[in-house]
Every structure is written in C-alpha cells, then in structure tokens.
Design a protein around this ligand. Structure first.
Ligand code: SAM
Ligand code: SF4
Ligand code: SF4
Length: 359
C-alpha cells in the first residue's frame, strides 16, 4: 500500500449544544443583541473550480477527502431545517457551496424551499452551469442569483479559477439568468493585490448601465489553506477611489438591516456597485447570518473553528420543537465578531474552509 498524504480537514469538529438558560421573550437575539434573519446553506463541498483564494489545488487535490454522499444532508433534511429556522424569523435563504449547481436536481430543492412560502430564495454560483440551469431554477421559485466572476480577461480569470475556465461561459450564464427573470444579477469579484486589481475598472465599465450589480470583495482569511496575507488585500476604499475617478459615485442606503455590501450609485444614474469590506471595515455588529454546512453543522460565523451538529438531531429522531430549541440555545449564546478582532495571529488559526461552510 502506498502512503497518501491526506490534507487536514479543518473546522469540522462539533461543539456541544449549549445548556438551556432563561431567554427574554420576543424574537431570538444573540449575546450581542443581533437577530437571526439570513440562512446560508451549503449543498455540496465539491467544486469544479479551484479558485486559488478558496480551494487551492495543492490542498484540494485528487486525494482530498470530500464528504461521502451519506454524510450530506438530503433535500428533505435541508427543507426541514429551513422550516424550523423560518419559525425563528429567517427571511432569506441562500444556497451555496462548494458549487451548488453541481448538486443534482438542485431546482427540486429550490421548489421544495419555495413551498415553505415567504422566503427570499437566492443562490451563489460560479456561473459555469448557469446557462443550462437558469430557467429551471427560476421556474422552481428562485428569486435571485449571485454569480462570482473575478476578471473579464481570460488570462486573469483562468489563473484565478485554476481550471482553465473561460470568461465567456460565465457571461453566458449571467445573460441566461437575466433572461430567466433572475435580474438584477449580482456579480461577486474577489480582489487580490497584484493578481486582479487591474480588472476592477474593466469589470465596473462592463456592467455599468446593464442593471447588474458588481460587488467588489476584499480577499479574506477564510479557512486555513489560502495563504492569506494582509498585503494581498486591496482595501475597498481604494477600489472606490479607482472607480470614482472615472465615474463619480454617491452612497446609497442599505436595502436591509445587516446588509454586508456597502452600496454606491453612479452619480449619473447609470447603475449601482457594492463593496464588501470584511477586512478593513468589519460589519459584525449587524451580522444576522447563520450557516449550515454540507453535513448539517450550524456555524454562527464564517470564521468559526467548529459547528453545532444539527444533523445528529435530525437523524436521531428529534422533533421540530427540540431542533428549534437547540437553535435558540445556540443563537442566544452567540458572541462571534471575528472580523472586528482579526489580527495577524487569528488569521493564522485553523478555521473552517469556505467551500464546506458556504460563502
Ligand atoms: N462556488 C460558488 C461561487 O464561487 O460563487 C459559491 C461558493 S463561494 C465559497 C461563495 C463566495 O465566496 C464567492 O463569491 C467567492 O468568490 C467568495 N470567496 C471565496 N473565498 C474567498 C476569500 N478568501 N475571500 C473573499 N471571498 C471569497
Ligand atoms: Fe469553487 Fe466558489 Fe470556491 Fe471558487 S469560490 S473554488 S467557484 S467554491
Ligand atoms: Fe458575521 Fe463572523 Fe463575518 Fe463578523 S466575522 S460579519 S460575525 S460571519
């Protein structure tokens, strides 16, 4: 037998569900007074891209221990959890991953979630399979889509996705989504110093006037494998200055409480952009997002080192009331504010990978 090096899988250990303690009446609040509004569900930990900032090839290689099928939440389990979360006031569900469109029949899950009623249903995708899937997703009840695209020129984009995937196919996916009624499309661009900062202006120019909204994201120290350094972060203030030098911008109001992107409009009315400044202007104070990993762990922060095992409850025969109570206990002790207290030291600590927990 040959020795194989299996990479360390970080952040998948489970935390015990907190003990019961008195809670104030009314909507659920965490230890810092934040509500629970937004649920992100990772439907697969696999991806057909190897973005260097997320799933670098040297870690996520052929031997990487992705979850076996039996460990992954079924659609029925996902919908059950979403229903219980809805009972706690969740208004929005975002499907993510890994690459969510790799999960077979995802439109069926969308349809089942839409059946819960009253939820804003969204999806974050790398766009590679979107041209094929957009219509079925929209018909199933998806409300909107966010597509990740890090440059408009093939050499830069291919260097970042690291699987030679061309820009044109992602643009086709964006067009198909718009045609299917999933507009305006949000486009996420992670900006990394010296890698794609030159692509910021072309990206802003390309989507200005289309109704779609580009959101420039600061490169974050998620997970433990992307070799993050503060020097690689392009502060969003710099991105805004670059764009505003060409097309003046005016600030826009957040569209809802806890919105992660700071919104800006072109002064001439030709559209909107956003910046997500997780590193330079942390927004933990309004963070109302919970995340369910592919195998059913609840993470109360993107930078957590472990999650709470909801799947054990679901598969162990717990009733909805018991699961709901567990979620309430977990949320009421939540005190995460990683981005506000980030240091070079915390950035080096082991954390859960974004492809597993979802973006
Ligand atoms: N595969 C889908 C995609 O790429 O859109 C969904 C999952 S991906 C983990 C969700 C989002 O996280 C993407 O927009 C991606 O660009 C962003 N992301 C991943 N790693 C990041 C990092 N280190 N810093 C900032 N954003 C990151
Ligand atoms: Fe895949 Fe999305 Fe991560 Fe890129 S950012 S490797 S597309 S999960
Ligand atoms: Fe929310 Fe954690 Fe991000 Fe702060 S660091 S905004 S608590 S996910």
């Amino acid at each position: 037998m040959t020795d194989r090096i299996i990479p360390i899988v970080d952040g998948r250990s489970a935390r015990p569900i907190p003990a019961a303690r008195p809670r104030p009446a009314g909507p659920l609040r965490d230890a810092l007074g934040r509500g629970l509004r937004d649920l992100r569900i990772s439907v697969t930990d696999r991806c057909n891209f190897r973005c260097t900032y997320c799933m670098p090839k040297d870690v996520f290689g052929p031997d990487y221990p992705f979850l076996p099928r039996g460990e992954v939440l079924t659609f029925e389990e996902i919908v059950r959890l979403a229903r219980v979360f809805k009972g706690h006031g969740i208004e929005k569900v975002r499907l993510t991953g890994g690459e969510p469109l790799l999960r077979r029949n995802l439109e069926r899950l969308v349809e089942m979630l839409a059946g819960l009623g009253g939820l804003d249903l969204t999806l974050t995708t790398n766009g590679s399979l979107l041209a094929r899937k957009a219509r079925a997703l929209a018909d199933a009840g998806l409300n909107r889509v966010t597509v990740s695209l890090d440059a408009l020129d093939d050499p830069t984009f291919k260097a970042m996705n690291d699987v030679d995937f061309p820009v044109a196919k992602v643009l086709e996916g964006i067009a198909a989504a718009a045609e299917a009624g999933l507009a305006p499309v949000k486009i996420n661009m992670v900006v990394k110093r010296g890698v794609n900062e030159h692509a910021v202006l072309p990206m802003a120019r390309h989507f200005r006037g289309t109704g779609h909204i580009v959101r420039f994201i600061e490169f974050m120290d998620v997970g433990s494998s992307n070799g993050w350094r503060m020097d690689d972060v392009v502060p969003s203030a710099e991105i805004l200055r670059t764009i505003a030098a060409e097309a003046p911008l005016v600030p826009a109001e957040p569209s809802h409480v806890g919105e992660v992107a700071e919104r800006w409009r072109y002064a001439d009315g030709s559209g909107e952009i956003g910046v997500i400044s997780s590193v330079t202007r942390a927004f933990c104070r309004g963070c109302n997002r919970a995340r369910i990993s592919t195998e059913g762990r609840l993470y109360t922060c993107l930078f957590a080192d472990s999650g709470y095992d909801l799947r054990a409850l679901v598969r162990g025969g717990a009733g909805d009331a018991e699961i709901s109570e567990a979620i309430a206990r977990i949320w009421s002790v939540r005190a995460d504010r990683y981005s506000e207290i980030r240091t070079a030291e915390t950035a080096r600590q082991r954390k859960v990978e974004m492809s597993y927990i979802g973006g």
